[in-house]
Design a protein around this ligand. Structure first.
Ligand SMILES: [Fe+2]
Length: 278
């Protein structure tokens, strides 16, 4: 029997709600301006509608979302996001982690109020392990950090789920290798994360953040390689640069994991399965 799951990321849900002057104080002001001057044209709700339609056709057993659901972490953005996610699937069918845009400022209502990271969702022989790299940062910094406490728990979870014979899928917003040298966008404790994965192994790592598909390999346990797949943005519409929304579909069966890629095609207003050349 095989199990399929979709990986989508970086929705940047539009419909920016009305914002008060007080709410724009601090980092939100730069994010708000960036949304209206730039991002608004490139992240489209109609593309997300097409994605939802495609997922309804594909009928994956589970859906993983690796962050940047909203833009500047306004309480009303999270309320809209909650409704969008409820329409996408039942809560036990979704594993959702935050990205840097979901932790734009500290102490705001969000979707993860009652979530301890890393979480583990076990479904049909697969363990989805959700790690948060989302921490509030100063303006113009989109970096991420996991922290020692989460890393220690992650090591423990990887050990336990390995002994249970589960296929371990780590979800994290920031890429493991990419952006490594770009301080303001990278995962600051990536070396510590790689050490945990090298010591304990994992079958797959999924991330978002860079808004284009990415594939890398990192070292796992006993010399085994661990595939790392990045999903593009699920709402992206940028014909000038030729960048369109992307999501990926994984199939787990008989110890093997396969992937297919699905990219938004404006002419048919639908997602088309296609090969990706990294
Ligand atoms: Fe993003």
């Amino acid at each position: 029997m095989s199990f399929t799951f979709a990986h989508i990321s970086d929705l940047h849900l539009g419909n920016m709600p009305k914002v008060s002057f007080l709410q724009l104080m601090g980092k939100r002001l730069t994010g708000y301006l960036s949304w209206h001057l730039n991002r608004k044209g490139h992240h489209r709700l109609e593309v997300l509608d097409a994605l939802k339609e495609d997922l309804q056709k594909q009928q994956p057993d589970h859906i993983c979302i690796t962050g940047d659901i909203v833009n500047i972490s306004l309480p009303n953005e999270f309320r809209q996001a909650q409704a969008w996610l409820e329409d996408l699937g039942a809560s036990d069918q979704l594993s959702v982690i935050p990205g840097n845009h979901d932790a734009y400022v500290a102490n705001t209502l969000n979707l993860w109020q009652d979530t301890d990271f890393p979480f583990v969702h076990k479904k049909d022989g697969v363990a989805f392990i959700g790690v948060s790299s989302a921490v509030p940062m100063p303006p113009f910094i989109a970096a991420g950090k996991i922290g020692d406490e989460q890393l220690a728990k992650l090591a423990q979870i990887l050990k336990e789920t390995e002994s249970e014979g589960l296929t371990r899928v780590i979800l994290i917003h920031h890429p493991v290798q990419h952006h490594r040298k770009i301080w303001r966008k990278s995962l600051w404790d990536t070396d510590a994360l790689k050490k945990v994965i090298k010591e304990n192994g994992a079958e797959l790592v999924l991330h978002g953040h860079i808004h284009k598909p990415l594939f890398e390999e990192i070292e796992g346990k006993n010399g085994k390689k661990v595939p790392v797949y990045g999903a593009g943005s699920a709402s992206l519409y940028d014909p000038k640069k030729g960048h369109m929304a992307h999501y990926q579909l994984f199939n787990v069966g008989k110890g093997q994991i396969s992937v297919s890629h699905h990219v938004y095609e404006p002419s048919s207003h639908s997602f088309i399965q296609t090969d990706i050349h990294y």
